[in-house]
Design a protein around this ligand. Sequence first.
Ligand code: F3S
Length: 401
Amino acid sequence: MYLTKEEEQILNGEAGETLRQAIGILVTLGDIYGADRLIPIKSAQIAGVSYKTIGDAGLEWISDLQGKVKVPSILNPAGMDLEDWERLRISPDFAEKQKLIVQAYKKLGIQCECTCTPYILEGFNVGYGDHLAWSESSAVSYANSVIGARTNREGGPSALSAALLGKTANYGFHLDENRVPEISIYVEDKLEVSDYGALGYVAGKLVGSKVPVFHLKNSPGVDELKALGAAMAASGAVALYHVEGVTPEICRLDFEEPAEKITIERKQLGEVYESRKKACKEPELITVGCPHCSAAELKKVAKLLKGKTVSKEFWIFTSRELTKCYPEYIKTIEKSGAKVVCDTCMVVSPATNSYSCVMVNSGKALAYVPGMCGAEAVYGSLEACVEEAVDGTEKKAGDSY
Ligand code: F3S
């Protein structure tokens, strides 16, 4: 891989040990994947934040790093709500370690808003064709597919290295030739909002890491695309997809129709709703917000919960910024007894581990909760999740929005 004189000096340790390690990681990856050079990036999003996933070894590594990031950089969800961790019964020991991890990242100049939807944040603008080093799989999928930006699915250390250098190795989804659709997916039925997570769950298993192009009967909005991409990245390893007539790259560029074609039928989506129901008849915990809820989704949850009381634990995950922008939705949701939780999620928080059956409206959470939290998971629409959580008691509602 070609390195400039300055990059050679960094690799030789002339800019300090942290940058030597950082460029070493990028050069190793670049050599493995055939990169020709390092390219500048606009931003980085760094996974490997929850103490549940990185443990003491991760904390030690991050704490030893010196210097500051060179581009706007943000964190993926941590293992707890950083401002209200006691509410989900996180242990004080876990909380202490989690705070140390976030402080170590902060010391490096990283923005400590912990979210998997950085693209909605003011000041974290990403545009078509921008090169990024993002690591959370749903955010990567959204950036590549819905925005038309360019990022590989970075590991935590490589995203952090890219942030410290302001560069990444030029391979994979940074290159035109790897963004071409490889398989066509036809979906014959019209889809409901909740079907997109189920579709992603089915499609990811079928296509693995190929780049699919969907031919749909309806035009999904951004929240449906977010759910589709997140699920495909979890049940498969899809980091980029196209939707004919909807996503920007397929609309701007001339791609040939792939030779490989599959059709996904309503019956296959129905199986996602039914899957694991036998093992998990009675959900004890209901969670939504994987990926983190958008403003529109918070509004919908608030509307569905208005004047009602939940009878089961119901957690709604979102970014802290949105809770500040839409306090009226949060107030309505929390009045029902449901909990709006920031900085974390049902998968990376240890709080989920104490339940045996969790209901989700996310194909990604359906794929990850069993393995990461030791709980069974069942899938339903947002409306079905709210229904499961509510005891049916209608209250007089005072809120309006
Ligand atoms: Fe985000 Fe956690 Fe889901 S990081 S995409 S809410 S698994």
